[in-house]
Design a protein around this ligand. Structure first.
Ligand code: APR
Length: 242
């Protein structure tokens, strides 16, 4: 496809390329995204009920019971060819790294080193009282077994996940700086409907978008490639010589 060849040429010309990923890069790993018609999580559940700060504060045990299946599925998922292709492009020095809205750690599992997790991660949970950390898989077993979710200090453990109503982590400021200086921002698998992450896109000098559906920022992109990330990214890496 000549759009892929054009994007490969833009990659080679760019001295500083940043990639921004969303849930669409992980659907081929079996993790549903949020807004795809019919299959997106938010077409079946109310995000404010499932992943909001008020929902956690109001009923922490109920919060953990509701999110346990989704968090377990993400924690157990494996990277797909799209994640591996991005890791190859990073190793080849063709991209600086990835800013991801995903909390599934699949970029790191695929070998990526530079990953800014602007919506947090699922590798562990923390106690808001004393700061104690516990591995997520072990903690999810406690949730599934109906065991106590309290830390020794008495507080209930929380996820390192940015919930609706939360501030974004410090790494978002880094993502903002990188987007402002990069030559090229490649968006993969995001509807770009959620702020402030979607505000990164207009900051970039040049934009390309790889996404199955249309996005809020298609008008900003020199190249828009419709299709599956698991197929397009390996073809892009190959066209770029990786
Ligand atoms: N290849 C390419 N694109 C895909 C694929 C795929 N295999 N599967 C789905 N997509 C596209 C969909 O068409 C959709 O436009 O990925 C996009 C995913 O968009 P969303 O579901 O809105 O996910 P995302 O943009 O990551 O959401 C951002 O919203 O709910 C919050 O915190 C949550 O991080 C999430 C944020």
């Amino acid at each position: 496809m000549d759009e892929i060849k054009k994007l490969a040429e833009m990659l080679r010309q760019s001295k500083d390329t940043l990639v921004l990923t969303g849930a669409g890069i992980s659907t081929e790993s079996g993790i549903p995204d949020f807004r795809s018609p019919g299959t997106g999580l938010w077409t079946r559940m109310d995000p404010m009920e499932l992943l909001s700060r008020p929902a956690l504060e109001r009923d922490p045990v109920g919060f953990w019971r509701r999110v346990e299946p989704m968090f377990r599925q993400m924690a157990e998922a494996r990277p797909n060819e799209g994640h591996y292709a991005l890791a190859r492009l990073e190793k080849a020095g063709l991209i600086r790294g990835v800013v991801t809205q995903n909390i599934d750690s699949l970029h790191q599992k695929a070998g990526a080193n530079v990953v800014l997790e602007v919506h947090g991660h699922l590798r562990s949970v923390y106690c808001p009282g004393c700061g104690a950390e516990e591995d997520m898989p072990a903690f999810l077993d406690r949730v599934a077994a109906g065991e106590s979710l309290q830390c020794r200090c008495g507080q209930i453990f929380r996820p390192h996940v940015v919930l609706f109503g939360d501030q974004l982590p410090e790494c978002f400021n880094t993502a903002w700086r990188w987007a402002r200086v990069c030559d090229l921002l490649v968006v993969v698998g995001s509807s770009l409907e959620v702020a402030p992450v979607c505000w990164l896109v207009p900051e970039a000098k040049r934009v390309a978008i790889i996404n199955m559906g249309s996005t809020q920022c298609d008008y900003l992109a020199e190249v828009v490639i419709r299709g599956r990330a698991g197929e397009i990214l390996p073809a892009l890496a190959a066209a770029a010589g990786e």
